[in-house]
Write a protein that binds this ligand. Structure first.
Ligand SMILES: Nc1ncnc2c1ncn2[C@@H]1O[C@H](COP(=O)(O)OP(=O)(O)OP(=O)(O)O)[C@@H](O)[C@H]1O
Ligand SMILES: [Mg+2]
Length: 306
């Protein structure tokens, strides 16, 4: 492989330096769960995450500045060209940002660590909630529930708005909250039209050279969000969903993994069922068939005009 050394090797993506101001974000087919990368990739997952993120970034481009510059591999510098066939469809040229070390989460429904915190304390990230809510219940209103970005192998911790302000400043905390709530509210409507409830989603933001707050990383994918089947939603337990939950459930149950040692290889049927959920999320949200890489590319207006 002729690619340069990445700046960052994430669990799912690699970040390569391109120029002083730009990076190439490359989404692999790796999948992570419970803070571990699994030994078995999910075919086409990197293509789905990339295509779906681009679709959402484009939808929001006129009102939410984002990091996308171009998904056209032909426009990359010479040193990336030998790998063009591998990079096509899973790489995006982005503005290089100073990433804020927090996960910006909004929850419209109670699930996962939000439900766990509620059960333990009656609150989520400092938001006190009514008693008697069940796993999967709709919250009285969407809540901003930020978390720290834990070092590799460690678990993100939910924090209050005050703790967030302590880390990034009060003004920045206010901006992050407003932007993430906006993403959640607008995306929920799109998801509902596709028969999904957007239970929650996570955004990441960075700051560019002129101090602007920019939406980065991935957006509203099955890795970063919970998409529940609206038609069968019934609080009181796990919901049928088009995201990573199926894999988490298999890992926590049937696989017999105790979560201490290395995670197990995934059987073919688990790979296929996971891939099916990711592809279905893409197809129902965008209304387009997933056909692998589409040669078409999109250049962000927000990047060009900013
Ligand atoms: N425009 C950008 N400029 C610089 N870094 C970026 C940009 N967009 C995303 N990143 C960073 O690229 C990395 C993507 O990798 P990946 O999503 O696999 O990380 P991860 O292992 O999930 O860890 P994390 O919890 O940090 O997301 C993240 O560290 C993310 O913060
Ligand atoms: Mg990530």
């Amino acid at each position: 492989v002729s690619l340069p050394e990445p700046l960052v090797r994430g669990k799912v993506r690699e970040v390569y330096p391109v120029t002083d101001d730009t990076v190439l974000l490359v989404a692999s087919d790796r999948i992570s769960a419970f803070d571990h990368v699994l030994p078995t990739p999910i075919p086409d997952k990197g293509l789905v995450l990339t295509a779906l993120s681009l679709w959402w970034f484009e939808r929001f481009a006129d009102r939410l500045p984002c990091h996308v510059i171009s998904a056209d591999v032909a426009a990359l510098p010479e040193r990336f060209r030998a790998e063009a066939a591998t990079l096509a469809g899973r790489s995006v040229l982005c503005r290089r940002l100073r990433m804020l070390p927090v996960e910006c989460v909004v929850r419209g429904y109670l699930a996962g660590s939000g439900y766990a915190d509620y059960r333990a304390t009656g609150a989520v990230c400092g938001h006190r909630l009514p008693a008697g809510l069940q796993d999967g219940d709709r919250l009285p209103e969407p809540l901003f529930t930020p978390a720290t970005k834990a070092p590799r192998g460690e678990h993100d911790q939910n924090i209050t708005l005050e703790e967030l302000a302590g880390r990034v400043g009060t003004e920045m905390a206010t901006v992050l909250r407003a932007r993430t709530l906006q993403v959640y509210r607008e995306a929920s409507r799109v998801a509902e039209a596709a028969g999904f409830l957007l239970a929650d989603t996570k955004c990441e933001f960075g700051v560019d050279g002129s101090g602007r707050v920019v939406l980065a990383d991935e957006l509203l994918t099955p890795d970063s969000s919970r998409f529940w089947e609206a038609a069968t939603w019934r609080p009181g337990g796990a919901q049928p969903s088009y995201d990573k939950q199926y894999l988490r459930d298999w890992l926590a149950g049937e696989s017999g993994w105790d979560r201490t040692g290395p995670p197990p290889a995934l059987p073919d049927e688990v790979v296929t069922a996971t891939r099916h959920r990711y592809v279905t999320a893409y197809e129902r949200l965008t209304g387009q068939r997933f056909e692998g890489y589409l040669a078409e590319c999109w250049v962000a207006e927000s990047a060009a005009g900013a």
